[in-house]
Design a protein around this ligand. Structure first.
Ligand SMILES: Nc1ncnc2c1ncn2[C@@H]1O[C@H](COP(=O)(O)OP(=O)(O)OP(=O)(O)O)[C@@H](O)[C@H]1O
Ligand SMILES: [Mg+2]
Length: 500
């Protein structure tokens, strides 16, 4: 059953139960008050008719009635007696009127001005209606009346009156209307409540369902607006978060898929090219094209060169993929960075100077900078960076400058060359695997595009970052950061934390 239907049932149920309880209560009260089941229809009329007076007033009325019936009705012409009864009645907030013939024989002074004779009920010898109510202007009275005959045969009436609140009369008159209005209000409140619940729960839930359907169909490019506040709003927000997350992972998956395809095509291409040329040279040898020892020597050397390059490529690929899969263990050692860099650069210096390079390295002069690194891997990263500086050098005055800039919690190493520089559009990609700026895709520079990708894996494996600043045509700076360590009291190294 839908929530809408359930709500409809529960509201109608509540409404019916309320009405039932109301009707039952009214019924029981009526029965209790009137003591008569049949007179329920006339409940309020009878209630008013039966109980117009208070018990004290009622007993005084009975006494007066007794005088007319069993004693001498002419005693009610005794004004002293009447004044005495009137006083007693007034204490109980009632009053006495005696009518003789058509005129008023006795009434309390304030009553005379009201001209009661015109409003009092008619003489009725049968005493059929002895209780009732009447109005004088906007005042409302209930009465008990007894009609009798005086000694001189003139008709006489004794009235005991009590003024009642006009509101009581109004209520009596309007009771059916009031009850109807209350029922209508109850109904209206239920309808409004139902509409409110529908708007704040069912409509947002339907929207969420539509969104879920769209997601199921694979359409994730839309936004789920939080339609309502409260729990439903939170549910919409959670849905929106889920959609975003799904979208993100889908994009990521697509990107991985793209990368995988690209990787596969790059590997095939980079292996295919040297293999083709090796094949060509071997065919040349087989077909006797290398018919002189010099030619043969050249062919064999070329084949050897290609094989070495392929071997290197496969090694790099292997290293890269192991780093990528986080399968190469890092052997961290706490080292003084100055000393480590001096060692690494001294190793490189000989080769570099042989190729006409000048290598500048000014060790950091301040307090020693200690780092926790895997020296072999960082050495590999630095050598990859320097290899590039050599490979992409296009000036006669060949320079490489190495700087160390210690920061609060880390230290930055910058390696700057004055080589060809990197085109701006390529700079963002040089750390991607197999990426080579177009200009460097020639046989002179060669390479597989894995050097900097490996350097990035190494630096990121140390929790550092790597980046490049380059001006095309002027030179390149590759920088990377390493976390610094400080010595704790017991001599063990731990990472120095920064606040930023
Ligand atoms: N110092 C530099 N000067 C100019 N271009 C550079 C420099 N360093 C890197 N590059 C550019 O970034 C690209 C990527 O460098 P990376 O070291 O990853 O690959 P590679 O040198 O081409 O190949 P590999 O290092 O695998 O032999 C290079 O092809 C080159 O275009
Ligand atoms: Mg390289």
């Amino acid at each position: 059953m839908s929530i809408r239907l359930k709500l409809l049932f529960s509201y109608t149920g509540t409404l019916l139960i309320t009405i039932l309880i109301f009707v039952a209560t009214t019924f029981f009260i009526t029965v209790a008050v009137t003591g008569d089941m049949k007179s329920i229809k006339q409940f309020y009329k009878i209630h008013y008719a039966l109980n117009p007076l208070s018990p004290e007033v009622e007993s005084l009325f009975m006494e007066l009635k007794y005088i007319t019936k069993n004693d001498n009705p002419d005693r009610l012409l005794d004004r002293a007696l009447l004044a005495d009864y009137d006083n007693k009645l007034r204490i109980a907030q009632a009053t006495l009127i005696i009518r003789k013939g058509p005129s008023i024989y006795y009434a309390s002074p304030p009553w005379k001005t009201l001209q009661p004779e015109t409003h009092l009920p008619e003489y009725d010898a049968g005493n059929i209606q002895i209780r009732g109510t009447f109005n004088i202007a906007d005042r409302f009275f209930s009465y008990a009346k007894y009609d009798f005959v005086f000694g001189d045969q003139s008709p006489g009436s004794v009235f005991v009156l009590r003024e009642r609140s006009p509101f009581a009369e109004l209520t009596r008159k309007l009771l059916p209307l009031l009850i109807s209005i209350l029922f209508v209000l109850l109904l209206l409140a239920n309808v409004l409540l139902y509409a409110f619940i529908t708007r704040s729960i069912i409509v947002p839930l339907q929207k969420l369902k539509q969104s879920a359907d769209r997601i199921r169909e694979g359409n994730l490019d839309f936004r789920i607006e939080p339609a309502a506040g409260g729990e439903i709003g939170q549910l919409s927000t959670a849905f929106e978060e889920m959609r975003k997350q799904l979208n993100h992972s889908l994009e990521l998956q697509q990107q991985y898929e793209e990368n995988r395809k690209e990787l596969l095509s790059n590997i095939s291409h980079d292996l295919k090219t040297p293999i083709s040329s090796i094949k060509g040279y071997i065919e040349g040898i087989r077909d006797g094209v290398a018919n002189t020892p010099e030619k043969m020597n050249k062919y064999v050397n070329t084949i050897f060169g290609k094989t070495v390059a392929m071997d290197r490529l496969i090694d790099e690929l292997f290293l890269y993929s192991k780093l990528d899969l986080k399968k190469v263990p890092f052997h961290f050692e706490k080292l003084d960075l100055n000393r480590f860099l001096t060692d690494v650069l001294e190793e490189q210096r000989f080769d570099l100077e042989a190729q006409g390079f000048q290598l500048y390295y000014a060790p950091w002069q301040g307090e020693p900078v200690e780092v926790l690194i895997d020296p072999e891997k960082v050495r590999r990263a630095i050598s990859n960076i320097i290899d590039n500086s050599v490979k992409f050098m296009d000036k006669a005055d060949k320079r490489i400058v190495v700087r160390v800039e210690p920061g609060e919690g880390d230290v930055t190493v910058r390696l700057t060359d004055n080589g060809s520089g990197i085109p701006a559009e390529a700079a963002a990609h040089i750390f991607d695997r197999f990426y080579r700026a177009e200009s460097s895709r020639n046989s002179r520079t060669g390479g597989s595009g894995l050097g900097l990708a490996i350097a990035r894996q190494v630096i990121e494996g140390h929790g550092g970052t790597i980046g490049a600043d380059s001006v095309y045509g002027q030179g390149t700076t590759i920088y990377f950061t390493l976390k610094r360590t400080i010595l704790s009291g017991n001599g063990e190294a731990y990472e120095k934390h920064t606040d930023h």
